[in-house]
Design a protein around this ligand. Structure first.
Ligand code: FMN
Length: 336
């Protein structure tokens, strides 16, 4: 029995795949999506995902073990494809019998999808274009997340509403597609479910939950912010393929511009190659996000946030947020 029969019916393929009650993933957020938030999400019937980010294999090992100690429900691990120790991280997931691995940050390198499927885990992929989505789903991806530019963190150029119209009619019959980016209320979830999504992924809405370890200053900045404060970063040098990041505007945003100029200079002097330059940029983000999330430096750190930040008003337990989203979705579907 479920309190939300219409939503549950549309989420059925998603919940079967994830092994949870509601097909609502809390997208991995570096520094935020750790043992406490991830286990809280999964315990509340959603699907938590550990953000591995730049963690070493040893740190990931501990994080998975600590998460398992807090929940017996399924959860996933998000690995960044450009991590230099990607295959060691996959081995850690294998050791722990992780059931779902999310590959983020680019095209999965050769052998990585196979290495994950080899121990029976499901692979969740991201794709910015329909052609790439089809390719990844053909070559082993079990489910796809489409993420629009309303989202917090690293973003593509296209909005969620347009991606949904492009991808869902083509893919939803034969594949499992989750929609992410800009979702703040359940009415939006109902809309994407009706279009063929089997579930959704939210980040911003969960970042300030009571169970989130984010610093009180970080949370306060979210509660004060409006949609328009969550801006995409600008690209300074066209040669440097910097992936834009959506974050609340602050001094750190300006420092990122300076960082890009510094890295472009390193490229000019041939001190680094393009891959290393990109890695330097990613390390910058990981450090800046840590400063804001953990240290509470909301001036110089990075306050990654999506445009739905305007709908985040107060600290609430994860279970309440999930119940509210499901109720709103159900009421919207009942009104149809
Ligand atoms: C603070 C923050 C950090 C994030 N870090 C990551 C990350 O490390 N890896 C990743 O794949 N996505 C990351 N994301 C994206 C989320 O997983 C999720 O897809 C996104 O937040 C969904 O859009 P929304 O913010 O509009 O809800 C991050 C998002 C935020 C807000």
């Amino acid at each position: 029995m479920t309190d939300f029969p219409k939503s549950a019916a549309l989420m059925q393929r998603g919940t079967n795949f994830l092994g949870c009650k509601h097909a609502i993933l809390c997208g991995a957020m570096s520094w935020v999506s750790e043992r406490n938030l991830v286990s809280a999400i999964s315990n509340a019937g959603g699907f938590g995902v550990i953000a591995c980010g730049a963690m070493t294999p040893d740190l990931l090992d501990t994080e998975i073990a600590e998460t398992k100690a807090r929940t017996d429900k399924p959860f996933g691990v998000n690995l960044i494809t450009m991590h230099p120790q990607l295959f060691d991280l996959i081995a850690v997931c294998k050791r722990h019998g992780v059931t779902h691995v999310v590959l983020a940050g680019g095209i999965p390198p050769k052998g990585s999808v196979e290495a994950i499927k080899d121990f029976g885990a499901k692979v969740i992929v991201f794709a910015p274009t329909l052609a790439l989505a089809k390719k990844l789903l053909r070559s082993g991806g079990d489910a796809l997340v489409i993420e629009g530019m309303e989202a917090g963190g690293h973003i593509g150029p296209v909005s969620t509403s347009v991606l949904a119209q492009e991808f869902l009619p083509e893919l939803s019959e034969d594949h499992l597609v989750f929609v992410a980016g800009g979702i703040g209320r359940g009415e939006a979830i109902a809309g994407y479910l009706e279009m063929g999504a089997v579930g959704v992924q939210l980040g911003t809405r969960f970042a300030c939950a009571s169970e989130s370890i984010a610093h009180p200053n970080f949370k306060k900045a979210f509660f004060r912010a409006k949609a328009r404060d969550a801006e995409a970063s600008v690209q300074v040098d066209p040669r440097l393929p910097v992936i834009p990041v959506r974050a609340l505007k602050n001094k750190g945003t300006e420092e990122f511009t300076a960082k890009q100029i510094e890295v472009a200079g390193n490229l000019d002097r041939e001190e680094v190659d393009m891959g290393e330059a990109q890695l330097q940029i990613e390390h910058y983000w990981a450090g800046a996000l840590r400063r804001a999330v953990i240290d509470g430096d909301v001036e110089n750190g990075s306050l990654m946030a999506g445009q739905s930040v305007g709908m985040v008003k107060q600290e609430e337990p994860v279970a309440d947020i999930i119940q509210q989203l499901m109720r709103e979705s159900e009421e919207a579907l009942a009104r149809r």
